[in-house]
Design a protein around this ligand. Structure first.
Ligand SMILES: NC(=O)c1ccc[n+]([C@@H]2O[C@H](COP(=O)([O-])OP(=O)(O)OC[C@H]3O[C@@H](n4cnc5c(N)ncnc54)[C@H](OP(=O)(O)O)[C@@H]3O)[C@@H](O)[C@H]2O)c1
Length: 297
């Protein structure tokens, strides 16, 4: 199997631009599926304006492609749309799909039963069922832990904006993490190694860190006030957010994601890494510190 033509859905969001750039730099022919045209795209990219509510529109845009990388947001964008994107990829006869995973390991049964991740796990199951039906349609699920650079910039994995910095389950739980450029490199690695990555999950991490280590690296340990939070309580906060009128889906999602990242029960310290196959380099402590200093406000 050789992949040269790659479509990307959602390539203009938080993660997508790094992947688009890495694919172009690796000489893939890249088609960007988007809801509207923009002059800002790299001229090497082909643009396909699609209607995510239409299976025909998506199938037409995907016909002739070898692979689809789905980086549509999850939670903000409905499961029906994600499923339609998968169905269109199948109908268009693509060889490979990377569903919109890019975080916690949804093949871990404990993660998969958490309400937010259950939807991702169900979508992956749908992809697997289609791949069973037609052996020419294959998938790879890429797991990379929380985004290191974006997670710091957005105060998501370490919140230094104050007045207090929440530290989850004591702050010493190690988790695997990757920058968006590292994830993009892994996507390129998957598409360059379609046989080795066929119908399986792959795991990458540029670093393994804890919140307390990130706090030390930021130079703000002992300067900011911290608050100890149990991830068990985050799960409850997430469920409470769903009970509000109207439900707060964002609060629900972030609390569930924190639960999966910062509790050591959810396998977010990956035991096996595919870094070598996919060309992802582990960062040393000084490189991680540099990323922390660059992204912490
Ligand atoms: N591990 C982590 O720390 C982490 C962090 C963030 C995200 N993720 C995961 O990474 C994947 C990609 O997430 P992301 O944050 O990069 O996605 P995003 O920025 O929320 O969305 C990506 C793109 O989706 C398109 N889109 C299509 N329909 C849309 C709609 N109705 N509303 C808004 N956008 C729409 C937009 O592109 P156009 O305008 O061009 O159509 C948008 O730029 C998801 O699976 C997410 O769960 C993981």
């Amino acid at each position: 199997m050789t992949i040269t033509k790659v479509a990307i859905a959602g390539g203009t969001g938080n993660l997508g631009p790094s992947i688009v750039k890495a694919l172009l730099d690796a000489d893939f022919e890249v088609t960007l599926l988007t809801r509207s045209t923009s002059d800002e795209q790299d001229p090497r990219t082909k643009i396909e304006v699609v209607d995510y509510d239409s299976l025909d529109s998506l199938t037409k845009a995907l016909t002739g492609q070898d692979a689809l990388v789905n980086v549509l947001g999850y939670g903000t964008i409905s499961k029906e749309i994600h499923q339609r994107v998968v169905d269109a990829a199948y109908k268009a006869g693509l060889q490979r799909i990377l569903p919109s995973e890019f975080g916690s390991d949804t093949t871990n049964p404990l993660v998969a039963q958490l309400p937010f991740f259950a939807g991702k796990a169900a979508l992956l199951k749908h992809v697997q069922e289609l791949a069973e039906k037609d052996k020419a349609f294959t998938w790879t699920a890429l797991f990379n832990g929380p985004f290191l650079d974006w997670g710091l910039k957005e105060n998501f994995i370490l919140d230094l904006k104050g007045p207090v910095t929440p530290i989850y389950d004591g702050g010493d739980v190690l988790f695997s993490t990757t920058t968006r450029d590292g994830i993009a490199q892994a996507v390129v690695g998957v598409l360059k190694h379609p046989d080795e990555t066929k119908n399986c999950p792959v795991f990458v991490a540029e670093a393994e860190v804890s919140q307390n280590q990130l706090l030390q690296m930021s130079g703000r340990a002992g300067v900011v006030s911290t608050e100890s939070v149990r991830t068990e309580d985050l799960e409850q906060r997430a469920m409470d957010a769903l009970q509000r009128t109207p439900p707060d889906h964002r609060l629900f999602a972030v609390n569930m994601i924190w639960r999966a990242i910062f509790s050591q029960d959810y396998g977010n310290r990956f035991v096996h890494l595919d870094n070598e196959l996919l060309g992802v380099r582990e960062l040393d402590e000084s490189e991680v510190t540099e990323i922390v200093r660059q992204n912490c406000s």
